[in-house]
Design a protein. Structure first.
Length: 128
């Protein structure tokens, strides 16, 4: 579990942007230690506009909720991003879905879940 989070944190903090569904998802990722760019899609802008705003990136991590609607949104976003020649990275989402989907269906709950499970966060990852 901690490897999945560690990999996401390292990747995002190196500058790879993340797309999430909403502001609470973004807040949860910030609480986990992600400092890189995080963009929300469900705050009014149509998906194609979000894709156009981010088309200058080579790769974007998609991190929708782990339910059926999140999967549909991920596929839709991936299609729009790839039409702009931007790689839609679902690797982190697939790993996190496998690890966390039995415990939570949404990204916004991750930080509280991690706290309860006492998974190492950015404060302990990489420290000796």
């Amino acid at each position: 579990m901690d490897n999945v989070l560690h990999d996401l944190i390292v990747d995002a903090n190196s500058g790879t942007p993340i797309i999430v569904e909403g502001k609470k998802d973004k807040a949860s990722l910030r609480a986990l230690g992600i400092r890189g760019p995080i963009h929300c899609v469900n705050i009014g802008d149509p998906i194609f506009e979000v894709a156009e705003q981010l088309e200058h990136y080579n790769r974007i991590i998609l991190l929708a909720d782990f339910d059926d609607q999140g999967e549909k949104l991920s596929k839709k976003l991936a299609s729009h991003l790839e039409s702009k020649r931007c790689k839609a990275d679902l690797v982190h989402w697939l790993k996190m879905k496998k690890v966390f989907s039995r415990l939570t269906k949404d990204v916004e709950s991750l930080s509280s879940l991690v706290s309860k499970l006492q998974v190492p966060s950015q404060h302990t990852i990489g420290k000796d």
